[in-house]
Write a protein that binds this ligand. Structure first.
Ligand SMILES: CC(C)(COP(=O)(O)OP(=O)(O)OC[C@H]1O[C@@H](n2cnc3c(N)ncnc32)[C@H](O)[C@@H]1OP(=O)(O)O)[C@@H](O)C(=O)NCCC(=O)NCCS
Length: 336
């Protein structure tokens, strides 16, 4: 039986059952990695992460037990035609047609929300998710390298990176200084050069208004956004940036997000410099952060190398898969 799961009406037991599926599925596909805490899952289900649009959830039940879950994020702005789908099953219930049944059950909602394409970014390469995706008509469009840094064991001498001549570093939390915000919004656009493979996802077009709106959204969720930027002394322009977020319900975890160097400033070591400086600040200001995670397109060898240099280790890769809703529907009609 497949049911909608409404986070605003769910009980603690309902969330716990949902969480059990997520945790067991992750333990099977990413053994040894810390599980998402229940409270963090509940928070994200009630209010999706900034920039991810509105969410909807389903559960698959067998004999009244939740054995499968599905989350759909209806991306917005430049990605309003994409539904980001994540289906997960308890390992012992896999291969019984439940994943396909869940996907089939959510298709009417995807069409009602005028979604053209389905993407899923959370498939661990070489696991059931990859073979299943192919079967249901989702093709691989991108490979993503996952890297993690454990602060307790990291070699901190690697963070001793000098600031290239002609630049100074600035640091802020939550709100870009008024004097830099316009230049910072422009610099964020440098992320557009980060490869997205054949994914239909489009990076946001940053403006001062969107930067301020994103900051406000993060603040409203209690997420602490830390920025290290490099300012080009001659022009006063932000030429590189790196962003790391810590969530209130997961204080031991750092989400290393965008790092971007403006095109004309590349090749001077600014990427490594801002990233290393972020780590130096973080371990002093937030010693409770024990694990930092980041993802990078597999073709983005420069970023991956920078991460290696500052002490990240590489985890099993992810693949992003994608298919047109109509094509997936046709494929699913043929699968049991
Ligand atoms: C991917 C997942 C949801 C599939 O759910 P499922 O209920 O086991 O899948 P189904 O039984 O509907 O599989 C349908 C078809 O997909 C293919 N398939 C599924 N798992 C497979 C595997 N491990 N190896 C090879 N083919 C597989 C088969 O063709 C299968 O049909 P068959 O069993 O008649 O041969 C489940 O394995 C899972 O939770 N994985 C972890 C999370 C994940 O990667 N989700 C995908 C992102 S949306």
């Amino acid at each position: 039986m497949i049911e909608r799961f409404e986070p605003n009406r769910a009980t603690q037991a309902g969330f716990a059952a949902y969480h059990d599926v997520v945790t067991a599925s992750q333990a099977a596909d990413r053994p040894g990695e810390p599980a998402l805490p229940l409270e963090e899952l509940i928070g994200r289900m009630k209010k999706p992460m900034p920039g991810m649009g509105r969410a909807a959830h389903w559960v698959g039940l067998r004999d009244r037990d939740v054995v499968a879950v599905a989350e759909v994020l209806f991306l917005d702005e430049e990605n309003s035609d994409i539904a980001l789908v994540n289906v997960k099953l308890l390992p012992k219930h896999r291969r019984a047609g439940i994943g396909s049944a869940l996907l089939r059950a959510i298709l009417p909602e995807l069409k009602a929300q005028e979604r053209r394409a389905i993407e899923s970014w959370d498939v661990v390469a070489g696991t059931a998710g990859q073979w299943w995706a192919e079967t249901v008509g989702l093709r691989q469009v991108r490979r993503v390298v996952r890297q993690a840094l454990i602060t307790a064991t990291a070699d901190r001498t690697r963070w001793d990176v000098p600031v290239p001549a002609g630049y100074r570093l600035e640091y802020w939390e939550g709100t870009a200084p008024e004097s830099l915000v316009a230049s910072y919004a422009l610099a964020r656009g440098a992320i557009h050069d980060a490869p997205l493979g054949d994914s239909d996802y489009r990076w946001p077009e940053y403006t001062v208004e969107r930067v301020r709106a994103a900051e406000a959204e993060l603040r409203s969720q209690g997420i602490l956004q830390r920025l290290v930027v490099a300012v080009h002394e001659a022009t006063g322009a932000v030429s590189a940036l790196t962003e790391l977020c810590v969530h209130p319900r997961r204080p031991d975890w750092g989400y290393q997000r965008d790092t971007a160097v403006v095109a004309e400033h590349r090749g001077s070591g600014l990427g490594r410099c801002v990233k290393a400086h972020m780590l130096c600040r973080l371990v002093v200001d937030a010693p409770e952060v024990r694990w930092i995670s980041t993802t990078t397109g597999a073709e983005n060898t420069h970023m991956i190398r920078v991460n290696d240099e500052v002490g990240y280790t590489t985890l099993p890769a992810l693949i992003a898969v994608q298919g047109e809703v109509a094509a997936v529907e046709a494929r699913l009609a043929a699968v049991r």
